[in-house]
Write a protein that binds this ligand. Structure first.
Ligand SMILES: NC(=O)c1ccc[n+]([C@@H]2O[C@H](COP(=O)([O-])OP(=O)(O)OC[C@H]3O[C@@H](n4cnc5c(N)ncnc54)[C@H](OP(=O)(O)O)[C@@H]3O)[C@@H](O)[C@H]2O)c1
Length: 329
């Protein structure tokens, strides 16, 4: 169903309203192009045409085949557009090179294509809160280097960087296994993990991007954002909320997984991934990320600049996920 257009999300009436999006086939990008299409923007979306894949047909969305190393495709993607949302990224990989090739060099290529335009499009980079701690993992480091890369190229461009915390919602594959366990009443978590972290629902994250497009401000800055839950969460509070949301009123029990065991699995996974050439999720770097004690964000600056407000709290977001998975059974 089309959402009603509001002054804060509608495309400008004058000038071109075409937007280029990378990463449009991923978890966040899929929600993004749907919201853009619903809000009446014309979208050019990059996709990798591997395996004869046919991207979804959406009103106003034109697909361009190519990847982040295909400079000609990137120029076709960004030529004459109003803005570029660079959402493509590698969230798993076996080596620093795997991540850097996409998160640093890929971001650089898109920014260079934008900088080469006579009228340079506005540029929004979807980075990550992890970029705050680049030393923790290859992923975090590569996203931080991607941020640095676009700033050097895009000096005379209007760029903005968003650093979301963990994002959840329909289509997410990273947190889904944990949510599925929680729906069954247990949650395998690293033993002793008691850090605090922020979360954001994918619909809210995408809403801030659409708001940024329509507002045409907030340039030259890096913003964190979350669901507005003051002080973030710890795992006990997430399990508590889950227990209350689950219809059977169940308690969600924490199953502590010893860190040494997790590290063993991560190192084995890491070595096997290098040997067999796949992209692992659980790596030593990922363990350092998930056991880091402070992943909390501050919403105030992005709210002040764009007027965006998060609308989906964790109880509502989880209820939706538990409900969908219950119906799929
Ligand atoms: N999910 C989170 O919790 C989270 C949190 C903070 C920040 N982020 C950031 O948000 C962005 C999107 O994440 P996501 O969760 O949506 O990841 P995702 O589901 O893995 O999607 C990644 C997207 O990037 C595309 N991509 C990857 N390498 C590419 C390349 N070389 N050329 C062209 N396209 C390429 C993928 O295309 P294919 O479909 O062809 O693979 C896909 O569309 C990433 O930059 C990530 O760092 C995510």
């Amino acid at each position: 169903m089309k959402k009603p257009l509001t002054a804060s999300t509608t495309p400008p009436l004058i000038g071109h309203n075409e937007i280029a999006v990378t990463g449009a086939t991923g978890f966040i990008g899929t929600t993004l192009i749907k919201q853009l299409s619903n809000a009446g923007w014309q979208v050019r979306a990059l996709y990798r045409p591997h395996g004869g894949r046919v991207p979804p047909n959406l009103p106003g969305v034109k697909w361009i085949a190519g990847d982040l190393n295909n400079i000609a495709a990137l120029h076709s993607l960004v030529a004459d557009v109003n803005a570029v949302i660079h959402c493509a990224g590698a969230v798993r990989g076996a080596s620093r090179a795997d991540f850097d090739q996409i998160n640093e060099a890929g971001a650089l290529h898109v920014a260079q294509a934008c900088a080469a335009q006579i009228v340079k499009p506005r540029f929004l980079l979807i980075s990550t809160l992890a970029a705050r701690m680049p030393e923790l993992s290859h992923y975090a480091g590569s996203k931080w280097r991607g941020e640095a890369a676009i700033k050097t190229v895009a000096e005379d461009m209007r760029w903005t960087i968003l650093r979301p915390p963990a994002v959840y919602g329909p289509g997410d594959r990273e947190l889904l296994p944990l949510f599925k366990s929680m729906a069954k009443g247990f949650a395998p978590l690293p033993a002793g993990a008691n850090g605090r972290f922020s979360l954001v629902h994918v619909e809210d994250l995408v809403a801030v991007m659409v708001r940024w497009l329509a507002q045409d401000n907030a340039y030259g800055q890096t913003f964190e954002l979350d669901d507005g839950h003051a002080g973030g969460y710890d795992w006990d509070s997430v399990l508590d909320i889950s227990g209350r949301v689950l219809r059977h009123g169940g308690v969600v029990r924490r199953i502590p997984i010893p860190i040494t065991l997790l590290k063993l699995v991560a190192w084995t996974n890491f070595a096997a991934a290098k040997l067999f050439g796949y992209a692992p999720m659980l790596t030593p770097g990922k363990i350092r990320e998930i056991t880091h004690t402070d992943w909390m964000c501050d919403n105030s600056e992005i709210i002040r600049m764009t007027g965006w407000q998060p609308t989906i709290d964790l109880a509502r977001g989880l209820a939706n996920i538990f409900d969908k998975n219950h119906k799929k059974k």
